[in-house]
Write a protein that binds this ligand. Structure first.
Ligand code: PLP
Length: 386
C-alpha cells in the first residue's frame, strides 16, 4: 500500500540511522552520559549536548531549555501535571480544548480528580478556537492554558501567537503540544513566547520513543518532576538518557532545519493536487481548514458511504480513518464530533497525511482509487439516491 499516514509516524531517515548505530556498540560511543568519572561518559555527554543544540536550532531555544522525555505523550503529562502541582497554591483552573490529543485530555481528566477544574473549549466550525472565548473563560485562579499548535486529525492550526499574548497579559502559563507542527510550520519559540512545548522525534523522521519538553528559562518556569530518580535533566526527568535516541532526534532536527523550507511547499503542493483531484466528488466534506493548517494533513468525509466499507475499499492506501472499527473505542472521532460533524460523517472520514517521501505519482494513484471506491460504494448504498 501507499503510505499516507505520516501524521501517525514517519520512517527514520537513513542518515539518522547511520549516526545512531555509532552510539550503541563496544566500537562506538556507548557510555552513560551521566558517568562523569571517565571518557566513555564524557564523550556521550558531549554528543547529547550537541543534539540538544541541534534541536534548539530548529525552534530557536536555548539548549538548556530542552528536557528529554520518552515522547510527546510524556512531555504533555510532565508539562501539565508538573506545572499544576508546582503552582497549585496560585490556582487550580486549567483551560484547554476538546480537540487536544488524548495525552492532554486524559491528563486533564486525571487532574480533575485531584481537585483541579478544567474548562474544555470547543473550536468553531472552522476548527479554530475563538480568542474571545479564551478571554471570557479566564478566571482569577487560572494557572495554565494548554492548546495544541496543529490538530493531529484535521491539520488545522491554532493562533498560537495571539493565545500566547492573552496568557502573558493575564500571567498564565502557556503550554503548546507542537507534535504535529514541528517541521511543518517554522517555529520561533522566542518570538511566539511559549512557556512549555512538547514534541516528538518520530513525526520528523527520527526514532520512536524520544521526545522533548521545552521549558522556558527566562523567566524561569518551574515544575514538579513526575519521574523521580538520579536527578537527570536538571531533576525534571530522571532516568539514564537514551543517547542513541537523542542523537537520532538531534540529526533529524538538523536535517529538518535544512530541508524544511523546500519540504513545506513540496508537501503543500501535493496536498493541493490531492484536494483538487477529489473535491468534485459529490457529497464530500472538507474537515481541514485549508487556509489555516499545516501542509501535510487533509481530512475529508463522504456522505452516504459507510466508514468500515470505505476502509476496506481503500486497503491499498495506508490512511487513518475516523471510523470506529479502526480504533479500540466504539465512538467515532471526538475531534470531528466537536467540530459539529454528525456521527455518520465522522465515521466516513479519512485523514491523508503526506511527507518527505510522498510522490506525485502516489497522489495521482490515490485520487484514482478514491474515485473508484466512492463510485462503487455508492452504487451499493441504499441511502444514495438512484
Ligand atoms: N500530540 C499529538 C498532537 C500527536 O499527534 C501525538 C502522536 O500521535 C502525540 C501527542 C503523542 O506523541 P508520542 O507518540 O510521541 O507520545
Amino acid at each position: 500500500p501507499i503510505y499516507l499516514d505520516y501524521a501517525a509516524t514517519t520512517p527514520v531517515d537513513e542518515k539518522v540511522v547511520k549516526k545512531m548505530i555509532n552510539y550503541l556498540t563496544i566500537n562506538g560511543i556507548f557510555g552513560n552520559s551521566a558517568s562523569r568519572s571517565h571518557r566513555f561518559g564524557w564523550v556521550a555527554e558531549e554528543a547529547v549536548d550537541l543534539a540538544r543544540e541541534q534541536i534548539s536550532n530548529l525552534i530557536n531555544s536555548d539548549p538548556r531549555e530542552i528536557i528529554f522525555t520518552s515522547g510527546a505523550t510524556e512531555s504533555n503529562n510532565l508539562a501539565i501535571k508538573g506545572c499544576c502541582d508546582f503552582y497549585k497554591n496560585k490556582g487550580n483552573h486549567i483551560i484547554t480544548s476538546n480537540t487536544e490529543h488524548k495525552s492532554v485530555l486524559d491528563t486533564c481528566k486525571y487532574l480533575e480528580q485531584k481537585n483541579f477544574c478544567v474548562t474544555y473549549l470547543n473550536p468553531k466550525k472552522n476548527g479554530i478556537i475563538s480568542l474571545k472565548e479564551i478571554k471570557e473563560k479566564i478566571k482569577k485562579n487560572t494557572i495554565l492554558i494548554s492548546i495544541m499548535y496543529v490538530n493531529n486529525e484535521t491539520g488545522t492550526m491554532q493562533n498560537i501567537h495571539e493565545i500566547s499574548k492573552i496568557c502573558h497579559k493575564n500571567n498564565i502559563l502557556f503550554h503548546v503540544d507542537a507534535t504535529q507542527a514541528i517541521g511543518k510550520i517554522p517555529i520561533n519559540i522566542k518570538q511566539e513566547n511559549i512557556d512549555l512545548m512538547s514534541f516528538s522525534a518520530h513525526k520528523i523522521y527520527g526514532p520512536k520513543g524520544i521526545g522533548v519538553l521545552y521549558i522556558k528559562r527566562k523567566p524561569r518556569i518551574r515544575l514538579t518532576p513526575q519521574i523521580h530518580g538520579g536527578n537527570h535533566e536538571r531533576g525534571m526527568r530522571s532516568g539514564t538518557l537514551p543517547v542513541h535516541q537523542i542523537i537520532g532526534m538531534g540529526i533529524a532536527c538538523k536535517i529538518m532545519k535544512k530541508k524544511m523550507f523546500d519540504e513545506i511547499p513540496y508537501i503543500l503542493n501535493l496536498r493541493n493536487i490531492l484536494w483538487n483531484g477529489i473535491k468534485n466528488i459529490e457529497e464530500i466534506y472538507l474537515n481541514t481548514n485549508l487556509k489555516n493548517s499545516a501542509p501535510h494533513i487533509l481530512n475529508v468525509s463522504f456522505n452516504f458511504v459507510e466508514g468500515e466499507s470505505l476502509i476496506m475499499a481503500l486497503k491499498n492506501l495506508a490512511i487513518a480513518s475516523g471510523s470506529a472499527c479502526t480504533s479500540a473505542s466504539l465512538e467515532p472521532s471526538y475531534v470531528l464530533k466537536s467540530l459539529g460533524l454528525k456521527d455518520e460523517l465522522a465515521h466516513s472520514s479519512i485523514r491523508f497525511s503526506l511527507g518527505r517521501f510522498t510522490t506525485k505519482d502516489e497522489i495521482y494513484y490515490t485520487i484514482e482509487i478514491i474515485h473508484q471506491a466512492i463510485k462503487k460504494l455508492r452504487k451499493l448504498s441504499p441511502l444514495w439516491e438512484m
